[in-house]
Design a protein. Structure first.
Length: 334
């Protein structure tokens, strides 16, 4: 069978042995995410036809207005992961606190926790721009047989056993890693299966795209301001092209394929940064490093940061290795 004709399900089974815990639970977990993503994809694609776009009237823990699709996606992922009896806990960007899930034998025997941003970039829903789902998987650190606690979720990014994202765009793609490279699968909507379309994805070491919300330029640290000016200089391979969608999944996905850097630095409005360490930065950093890229807060490797709270925010610079290192150099020197 040609590798490119391989379905996601077949790929997961074939590559189970590359994962150091080969109990099959992780495969079932990834299959649950695949299933929930298909359901959410169906709703995202018909969002313009039914009364599902627009704000739900509630505000999430981050203080952002929840879109109706946010709420729907959150419910679907939690429902699917809970029913499959694989995870012992879920933390969602849309929930104030983590959710404890007991195993079917009532003895808290499940080993994995999932952290999820069910619908990233949801402010773009109403204008038909790509949105995505981001997920991160850890093995619990508390003993089996006990309910999960906060420490199961507050693990450094280097402890992740899997991470991935789904981009709901012109085509729907699921991209994930279990620490053995990054592979992308495109959904064939006619038959409802994901096929391996992007094997062994890699960031080019250099790129010519920079992605940052330049509307916040005046509030950025001096190092970032100087790096942006460097990107705009007419010298050598520069000026770089500016591309910013405002949906982390979409910006990251484009830069991984074409080569580029994504930046969401701290600012006077967001002194700690805006993106969430556990739901956005850690999973994207894991994928980036597995794809020959780099992720940093400007000074420190993202996956080495010790989390202290569930909804912690950090500055985020991620993408092609040489570009991220150049941005770090500007941060250090300024």
């Amino acid at each position: 069978m040609s590798k490119r004709n391989q379905t996601l399900g077949e790929f997961i089974i074939e590559n189970q042995t590359s994962f150091k815990y080969t109990s099959g639970e992780l495969s079932r977990l990834l299959n649950s995410i695949r299933l929930a993503a298909k359901v959410v994809n169906h709703e995202v694609n018909k969002a313009g036809l039914v009364d599902i776009i627009g704000a739900a009237g509630d505000t999430n823990i981050q203080g952002e207005d929840q879109q109706k699709l946010d709420v729907y996606a959150n419910e679907k992922f939690i429902q699917t992961l809970t029913k499959r009896n694989i995870v012992c806990g879920i933390a969602s960007e849309e929930e104030d606190d983590f959710i404890t899930i007991n195993s079917q034998d009532e003895n808290h025997q499940n080993k994995y926790v999932v952290l999820i941003d069910p619908l990233d970039g949801s402010s773009n829903i109403d204008v038909n721009v790509s949105v995505g789902t981001i997920f991160s998987v850890y093995r619990r650190v508390t003993p089996l047989g006990t309910p999960v606690s906060l420490e199961d979720f507050l693990q450094k990014g280097i402890a992740q056993v899997a991470a991935g994202y789904v981009v709901y765009g012109t085509s729907t793609m699921l991209v994930y890693t279990t620490g053995d490279g990054v592979n992308g699968f495109t959904l064939n909507p006619a038959i409802g299966s994901y096929y391996l379309s992007h094997p062994n994805m890699q960031f080019p070491e250099d790129g010519n795209i920079y992605s940052v919300n330049e509307g916040n330029y005046l509030d950025f640290p001096l190092g970032i301001k100087k790096y942006i000016k460097y990107c705009q200089e007419d010298e050598g391979e520069r000026p770089y092209t500016s591309r910013y969608i405002g949906s982390l999944v979409s910006d990251f996905h484009r830069n991984m394929i074409k080569g580029g850097i994504y930046m969401y630095p701290k600012s006077s409005k967001n002194p700690k940064g805006k993106l969430r360490l556990l739901y956005e930065c850690n999973p994207m950093a894991f994928i980036a490093e597995q794809a020959n890229g780099k992720a940093s807060d400007g000074y420190t490797r993202i996956m080495d940061i010790e989390p202290t709270e569930l909804h912690e925010r950090v500055p985020f610079i991620c993408g092609s290795k040489n570009m991220v290192e150049k941005a770090e150099e500007f941060m250090r020197n300024n």
